[in-house]
Ligand binder design. Structure first.
Ligand SMILES: N[C@@H](CCC(=O)N[C@@H](CS)C(=O)NCC(=O)O)C(=O)O
Length: 231
């Protein structure tokens, strides 16, 4: 059975949602990134990047075990394994991968940096906050335009491009975003959000979700010496 090493964050939710949508049997191994589980040798044996998510599938290609990190690679792998949620037609498939890469290279890193400078940085640096706020708005606009032309990000059909993007679009108020300004994106978000498998996916490990602000100990693990001492 597939083991998903994960935690209830946007990048973790992607894998839980994909596994739920694809109907692949799995177990979850919680990796508490606030406590520093991501630096434990058993986790580093799976991923050199000490970040969740990662998976181990004992029944990988050719029947051999495979370990994978990076949520984009994991979602492509899972969709191909199940033969679902990645288009078979070559044109649609490249569009799916295009929007999946757009999330991995644009939305994730930019929204993440905005969150860091707006919420976690010990000093508020107006230049950094403004730069990432502008990028966040611009990226919402790019998605809105795409979704004014097609129903789902890859085109006609729901796919891993939607699954990978959706968790980052939750809680727009945390990014100072009014979704009324992005009506096509809102239409798409509501449609994805209503899917039962999506709701099951975001519920995975939700009992561990941090409520309230980050503690000093968590801050040290995520942004301090522990983070940069790891090999
Ligand atoms: N590009 C990676 C990003 C993974 C990532 O940043 N994961 C965060 C949680 S959302 C993490 O594990 N952080 C732990 C840390 O910073 O030490 C992916 O998409 O899988």
């Amino acid at each position: 059975m597939i083991k998903a090493y994960s935690w209830p964050t946007p990048n973790g939710h992607k894998v839980h949602i994909a596994l739920e949508e694809l109907g692949l049997p799995y177990t979850v191994v919680p990796v508490d990134i606030g406590k520093g589980d991501q630096f434990k040798p058993e986790f580093l044996a799976i991923t050199p990047n000490h970040r969740i998510p990662a998976i181990v599938d004992p029944d990988g290609p050719g029947g051999k075990q495979i370990t994978l990190f990076e949520s984009g690679a994991i979602l492509i792998y899972l969709a191909e394994k199940a033969g679902k949620l990645i288009p078979k037609d070559a044109h649609a498939r490249y569009k799916c991968l295009e929007w999946l890469m757009f999330q991995m290279g644009g939305i994730g890193p930019m929204f993440g940096q905005f969150g860091h400078f707006a919420n976690y940085a010990p000093e508020k640096i107006p230049y950094a906050i403004e730069r990432y706020q502008n990028e966040v708005r611009r990226l919402h606009g790019v998605l809105d335009k795409r979704l004014s032309q097609v129903e789902y990000l890859a085109g006609d059909a729901y796919s891993i491009a939607d699954i990978i993007t959706y968790p980052w679009l939750r809680f727009p108020e945390r990014r100072n975003i009014d979704m009324a300004e992005y009506p096509n994106l809102k239409r798409w978000f509501d449609m994805v959000d209503a899917r039962p498998a999506v709701q099951r996916g975001v519920a995975v490990l939700s009992e561990n979700q941090r409520r309230g602000s980050m503690t000093d100990a968590e801050r040290e693990v995520l942004f301090g010496k522990t983070q940069f001492a790891a090999r």
